[in-house]
Design a protein around this ligand. Structure first.
Ligand SMILES: *Cc1c(COP(=O)(O)O)cnc(C)c1O
Length: 400
C-alpha cells in the first residue's frame, strides 16, 4: 500500500500509546497505577452538562458557522478582556475542535514548506508533529532546568534565521509546569517584534496555577506583539472538558479567517452541543475551577515532597499545569536485575513491567533525562504509585 511520506513521518503519540497499554493491562486484571493522564480526572461541572442537554432538547443539533456561534465568540472576547486585558472583536476569534486543532490550523495557515518553527524543549508532543505535517522544520531549542526550562532572548535571537516563521510558547508549560513572568515575556516579545516573526501562545493551562504565580499572555504586552501573536486557549483543562473538543484562538483578522477557511474544508464547525456547553463554562460560575486547582495543589505538594525523597530523582515544584517533570539522571546508567537503564524510555518500561506504574518518558517531550508524572489522578493512587516507584529505586540502589 502506498502511504504518503508526510503521513509516515509522523510519530504516534507516546502519551496516548502508553495510556492505552496501561488500559489493556488493567483489562487483563492487573493493578496498574497511571501517571500518564493528560486530562483532569474530575467530572465536567453539572451546570455545563445541563447546558448541553438543553441544547439537545432544543434541537440545537445542526451545522453552525464554521468558526463558532456568535454568542460563544462574544463570550470568548469578554473572557480575553477580563482575564487577559486583551481586546478582540468576534471576527478575530475562531472556535475549533480543541486547542490542538487551533494550533494545527495556525501552523498550517502560517508555514510554508521549509519554513522554520522555533520550539523550546521540553515541549508538548503534538507541536513537533504538527510542524512537520505543515512541511515546516522544528528548530528545537534545549532549555536549562536551572533556568526553569525557559527560552531567553539570547537563545531566541541565536536561532532565528530568515526562514523562521513562528515561535511556539506554552506557559504554563506541559510537561514542566514552568510559567513565564511578565518581564521574561517582555524580553522575548522585544526580539519577536524586532525580527518580525509570529508567536503561537498556547495558554491552555492558564487557570491551573499555584501560589503566587501569575499568568500573563504575551499578546497583552503591547499592540506590536499582539499583532504578531495567535493566542490559543480552550475549555478542556480548566473545566475538565477534554472530551467535548472545544478550543479557541484569537489573532489577526485575516489570519483567523484563513484558519476558518481551512476548517471549512476539514472539520467544519466544532460540535454544536459542545459549543453551548463551552458557553456555559465561560459564562457560569468559576467555583469548580477553583476547587479543582485546590485539589491539584494538594496532590502536587505531596508528589513533589515524595519524589524528592527518592534517591536519584530530583525536581523543583511545578508552578502550573498538573504534571511533575522530575530529573532521573541519577538513576540512568545504573542497573536493575543486571540490565542497565540507559534512557528515559527504558526506565518507563521498567516501571511499567516491574512496578505496574505508568509514567511518560521525558524523551517524548525532548528530554531523555526526565519523566513526566501527571497528578490528575486520585490521591490514593498517587500514594500507592509513589511507594512503588520508591521500592524500585531502592532496589536499584541496593544493586549498584
Ligand atoms: C491538552 C493540551 C492541549 C490540547 O487541548 P485540547 O483543547 O483538548 O485540544 C494543547 N496544548 C497543551 C500544552 C496541552 O497539554
Amino acid at each position: 500500500m502506498f502511504l504518503s511520506k508526510k503521513a509516515l513521518s509522523i510519530n504516534p503519540s507516546l502519551t496516548l500509546g502508553l495510556t492505552a497499554r496501561a488500559k489493556a493491562m488493567r483489562a487483563e486484571g492487573m493493578d496498574v497505577i497511571g501517571f500518564s493522564a493528560g486530562e483532569p480526572d474530575f467530572d465536567t461541572p453539572s451546570h455545563i452538562k445541563e447546558a448541553a442537554k438543553q441544547a439537545i432538547d432544543e434541537g440545537f443539533t445542526k451545522y453552525t458557522p464554521t468558526s463558532g456561534i456568535p454568542e460563544l465568540k462574544e463570550a470568548i472576547c469578554r473572557k480575553f478582556k477580563e482575564d487577559n486585558r486583551l481586546d478582540y472583536e468576534p471576527s478575530q476569534i475562531i472556535v475549533s475542535c480543541g486547542a490542538k486543532h487551533c494550533i494545527y490550523n495556525a501552523i498550517q495557515a502560517t508555514c510554508e514548506e521549509g519554513d522554520e518553527v522555533i520550539l523550546p524543549s521540553p515541549y508538548w508532543v503534538s507541536y513537533n508533529e504538527q510542524i512537520k505535517l505543515a512541511g515546516a522544520i522544528p528548530v528545537v531549542v534545549d532549555t536549562e532546568e536551572s533556568e526553569d526550562f525557559k527560552i531567553n532572548p539570547q537563545l531566541l535571537s541565536q536561532c532565528i534565521s530568515n526562514k523562521t516563521r513562528l515561535l511556539i510558547l506554552n506557559s504554563p508549560c506541559n510537561p514542566t509546569g514552568s510559567i513565564y513572568t511578565k518581564a521574561e515575556l517582555e524580553a522575548l516579545a522585544q526580539v519577536v517584534v524586532e525580527k518580525g516573526i509570529m508567536v503561537i501562545s498556547d495558554e491552555i493551562y492558564e487557570d491551573i496555577i499555584y501560589e503566587g504565580s501569575q499568568h500573563t499572555s504575551i499578546a497583552s504586552l503591547g499592540p506590536d506583539i499582539k499583532a504578531l501573536t495567535i493566542v490559543v486557549n480552550g475549555v478542556s483543562k480548566s473545566y475538565s472538558m477534554t472530551g467535548w473538543r472545544i478550543g479557541y484562538a484569537a489573532g489577526d483578522k485575516k489570519l483567523i479567517s484563513t484558519m476558518s477557511n481551512l476548517q471549512d474544508h476539514s472539520t467544519s464547525n466544532p460540535a454544536s452541543i459542545s459549543q453551548k456547553a463551552a458557553l456555559a463554562a465561560l459564562c457560569g460560575t468559576q467555583e469548580p475551577v477553583r476547587e479543582m486547582v485546590l485539589e491539584f495543589r494538594k496532590r502536587r505538594d505531596y508528589m513533589v515532597e515524595q519524589l524528592n525523597q527518592v534517591p536519584g530523582i530530583s525536581l523543583t515544584p511545578p508552578q502550573g499545569a498538573f504534571y511533575t517533570f522530575p530529573s532521573v539522571i541519577g538513576i540512568l546508567g545504573k542497573s536493575f536485575q543486571g540490565q542497565t537503564i540507559e534512557n528515559s524510555m527504558q526506565l518507563s518500561e521498567l516501571l511499567l513491567n516491574k512496578a505496574k506504574v505508568v509514567v511518560i518518558p521525558g524523551i517524548a517531550f525532548g528530554s531523555d533525562h526526565h519523566l513526566r508524572l501527571s497528578y490528575a489522578t486520585a490521591m490514593s493512587n498517587i500514594i500507592e504509585g509513589l511507594n512503588r516507584i520508591k521500592a524500585i529505586a531502592n532496589k536499584i540502589w541496593e544493586e549498584n
